[in-house]
Design a protein around this ligand. Structure first.
Ligand code: AMP
Length: 570
């Protein structure tokens, strides 16, 4: 088994500018809106700029790793030499295109640098033609790269840097032989950079065979899922699975996620049922043509589809960084796959939820997963009809409160509308407006029975109870049962400190925005946020008492919508 070289050289940067990236690159980074380096960038960029050492970075997709290797490689590239200097190998066509597009963004002000994506399923002749013209970066899937090597269409003898991106996925997909054959063609004196979400033995094997005393950079815990992901489990009998899925979705009105199924057939069936039941869902599986898959993925990427029902294989190349939920309609056979699935949420500093809809027979698998991700599932009862209606109702009201009102456009219609509604008083109008959207849920859940959770014995009972308590607390914290005055004087939970921030709903500050503000601070990723109470003008929120001092310090200079806000202990 491969063991890592200790990481003595600890480079770290807090600002893109202090590490000597070219002004053209800094300008492109600025255009992209990147203000501060993400953790993997803070470690990898200076390490690459200051030494020639090989690097292993354990980081999930969505952590900013493309810029971590892309920016320094572009910085070092010599556009005047028309030869392949960098080879990036990645598992899928989609990732290949994504990396190419990111690299092109980074070298936007270096027009002489050329980046070429090569992947299966598109014209090899065109790729050969482009290679002949001369490119500096080749981003390739292993199969197509090998094909090009065999046709002698590419010279890798000039490559000085090789990036193996999503190395674990490449090995999962059976590319080991291809990788071995490709790496033989690249000069030994090259630098190798390996990025992987996990470090199974097979990836360690690659590192041992092809890398020299690599620096190891770990972002987040090794082989464990992101800190920002909460893992929930609903245990139901198989007949209730689909209804449980619907309830989980209904209980999360702003859901944007992937529902993972085990087979193509199941994927199609579940998507079809969801669409029939009025959900904004679509299926993604291997029986679709490439063009159909691209179409569905694009719709999902831009948010036109809120629920993608997919098999693991079909979802491989999909890279979306702001998913709120991953739903395991079936737990995967391979434990590591759960890690990959759940790693698709909680990215780029955001929080996410990974839901397992499990059966009784899954008990030991759940335990294995918990061991693998080094976290426990929170066991919950499937949301009850009443709870769902309440959530939906408040979500509707919140959306109404937050909606942008274009007074100029709307004003001309108002006199007629007011006249037409003259016969209704304010309460009536609210009632009717709410019913318009809300009746679907009311009708569906009016007489719906609670889904009986399949019983887990012994130790899980306590966890379930804890889960229920947590759920209740969450509900109470977010529900509008307390008026603004009561919220301002509420006591903190035991072990938590209550903080006050001088902006509230009127300023457009909502829990997700508060969490973003916290995440942006230096200590943000470690902070455990408890209850959040929003009033019109203020926000009260609770964080673990041992973290209060640190967060207050980091929040000293926080700006929201261009104005400095103040945070203090209550
Ligand atoms: P990646 O892991 O490379 O796929 O990046 C995930 C997402 O984070 C992409 O949408 C990037 O554009 C974005 N990103 C990368 N670096 C930064 C940064 N320093 N600040 C803000 N966003 C970033």
């Amino acid at each position: 088994m491969f063991t890592f070289a200790p990481f003595f050289l600890d480079f770290y940067m807090t600002n893109f500018e202090i590490q000597g990236l070219n002004p053209e690159i800094l300008k492109a980074v600025k255009d992209l809106g990147f203000e501060t380096p993400m953790p993997v960038q803070a470690r990898v960029i200076p390490a690459m700029l200051e030494s020639d050492a090989d690097i292993i970075a354990l980081a999930q997709t969505g952590t900013g790793k493309t810029a971590a290797f892309g920016l320094p490689l572009i910085n070092m590239a010599d556009a005047s030499r028309s030869e392949v200097q960098v080879l990036v190998l990645c598992p899928t066509r989609e990732l290949c295109l994504q990396i190419t597009s990111d690299l092109n963004d980074f070298c936007k002000y270096l027009p002489d640098l050329r980046v070429l994506p090569v992947y299966g399923g598109s014209s090899i002749e065109k790729q050969i033609g482009a290679l002949k013209k001369g490119v500096h970066f080749v981003v390739a899937t292993p199969g197509r790269m090998l094909d090009l090597i065999r046709r002698k269409a590419v010279n890798l003898g000039t490559v000085r840097n090789v990036v193996l991106d999503e190395a674990d996925e490449m090995l999962n997909m059976g590319f080991i032989e291809d990788l071995n054959d490709i790496l033989k063609m690249v000069p030994k004196e090259r630098r190798t950079l390996l990025f992987s979400a996990t470090m199974p033995d097979r990836v360690a094997g690659i590192a041992e065979n092809y890398m020299r005393s690599p620096l190891e950079i770990v972002v987040g815990a090794r082989n464990s899922s992101s800190e920002n992901v909460k893992h929930l489990c609903y245990t139901v009998s198989s007949k209730d699975k689909y209804n449980a899925l619907k309830r989980v979705v209904d209980y999360n009105p702003s859901i944007y996620g992937i529902v993972f199924c085990r087979t193509k057939r199941e994927t199609g069936e579940i998507a079809e049922k969801l669409i029939r039941d009025g959900y904004n869902a679509e299926a993604l599986h291997g029986d679709l043509s490439q063009a159909q898959r691209d179409y569905v993925m694009q719709k999902f990427r831009i948010g036109n589809i809120k629920l993608l029902v997919a098999t693991d294989v079909a979802a491989r190349g999909l890279d979306v960084s702001n998913l709120t939920h991953i739903i395991n309609y079936n737990l995967p056979d391979d434990i590591e796959t759960y890690n990959h699935r759940s790693g698709r949420t909680g990215r780029a500093g955001k929080t996410g939820v990974s839901v397992a809809i499990a059966g009784l027979k899954d008990k030991s698998k759940l335990k294995q997963i918990e061991k693998n991700i080094a976290k426990s599932f929170e066991h919950r009862d499937v949301p009850k009809g009443r709870d769902i209606c309440e959530k939906q109702l408040f979500s509707l009201i919140e959306r109404m409160e937050r909606v942008d009102v274009d007074n100029k456009e709307i004003d001309s219609y108002l006199p007629v509308i007011f006249k037409k509604l003259e016969w209704l008083d304010k309460e009536d109008i609210v009632r009717r407006f709410v019913s318009l959207e809300f009746n679907r849920f009311l009708n569906y859940y009016k007489d719906a029975e609670d889904l009986e959770a399949a019983r887990m014995e012994s130790a899980d009972g306590e966890r379930k109870k804890r889960g229920r308590r947590a759920e209740k607390a969450e509900r109470e914290g977010r529900s509008e049962k307390f008026n603004d005055e009561q919220k301002s004087v509420r006591k903190a939970e035991k072990g938590y400190t209550r903080l006050h921030l001088n902006a509230g709903k009127k300023d457009g500050l909502y829990p997700n925005i508060l969490i973003e503000l916290i995440n942006q601070t230096e200590c943000g990723n470690q902070i455990k946020v408890g209850k959040i109470d929003l009033t019109k003008r203020d926000t009260y929120f609770e964080i673990r008492s041992d973290q209060a001092k640190m967060l207050l310090k980091d929040l000293k200079n926080v700006f929201y919508k261009g104005r400095k806000v103040t945070v203090s202990a209550v």
